[in-house]
Design a protein around this ligand. Sequence first.
Ligand code: HGY
Ligand code: MN
Ligand code: MN
Length: 426
Amino acid sequence: VIISGSDDVNATSPAPAIDGTALTRRLEQLGQIGRTAERGLTRLALTEADRDGRDLLTAWMSELDLDVEIDAIGNIYGTWHSGGGKPVMIGSHIDTVVNAGIYDGAYGVLAGLEVVAALRRAGVQPRIPLTVAAFTNEEGVRFTPDMMGSLVVAGTLSLEEAYAALDADGVSVGRALNEIGYRGRSHPTEHAPQLYLELHIEQGPVLHDEGIRIGVVEGVRGISWQRLVIHGEANHAGTTPMHRRVDAGHAAARIQVFLRDLASSNGTLHATVGSIALEPNAINVIPGEASITVDLRDTEDRLLTEAERQLATYCRQLEEEIGVAITSRRLARFAPVVFARDAVDQVEAAAKSRGLPVRRMTSGAGHDAQMMAAVAPTAMIFVPSVDGVSHSPCEHTVPEDIVNGANVLLDVTLGAVTSLPPAPNA
Ligand code: HGY
Ligand code: MN
Ligand code: MN
């Protein structure tokens, strides 16, 4: 149980407060790493760009006199060893999608650094350790499953399975970690905290549309990722009669329309075909093969399972109708999670005590918090995304909201590190 407020901030020192200028400066500086003219800001997990971002983050952690540790899956931990026992952890990720914004993930990690700096400025002496964490491969764009680093901390994915994951060029996570020099020693499961807090941009339109400043996140939707490979028959685009075609591209298009109709008819389902590849991908050749990814999200596990079932049934129907063969490979599957009531209540209380308009909500995006909820009381704080846009260079959050969110994170953290009893180490 976290009792908010703290008797450790002595009366004379100023109340802890976030330095918004410092936070914005770090966001912009990290936001330059991995930026190219062709692909905008792209720091895919375990690439050289990710390595450069990691190097900057660990340098900042050292400047703050945090003890920097890298675990065996490459998660980065900066710890203020004050008091004893398992830490309070502020975490998120610094890997990005392709042509990303500068806030997704980085905001939560860099706000953690500013929380440390603010507590130090106010002369706070935490009774328990405080760790700022950046988890490996949250996005899952290069390697699946996503949320990989936190999944290994939670013990849901073994190190061996994580190391064996391959990218499109057949490079493994284990090899990529070695190549960027971020394969540490400690086992990730040793890093489970006693409380996990994550500050993140909402990445959706709810707070923006309603004019709310802080989202009190009660849980995260379930996620189902799969790759469908559709085998048809390559043939001549000019000579082959329509009724004689086994067109893999046609089947792929039918699946996209089916999923769109399934999602629009079923109130809470979100369905996305994010990538599609046709072979041989030539203007005058009927595609012999199509490979598509399917991302399904829903609020209840039974709804997600039903959507998966309906898609599988439709694929069988297409096989009959067109003559294609369709195989599915599961890439990730996470049930919806609900966060710990106490921790969620603390977030709401902290936002309200700052007079910020708040609302409770569920996250449509996946987060490391979704995994950490399995091993520690967990809560998330959202701030608005302008026009609800994210996973795009247009992703933006106004400076006032950047500071508001970080101050709420600071308040909840202050309450925890000054009142939680030291929990024994694992
Ligand atoms: O896919 C997600 O929801 C997250 O951005 N990895
Ligand atoms: Mn994120
Ligand atoms: Mn993301």
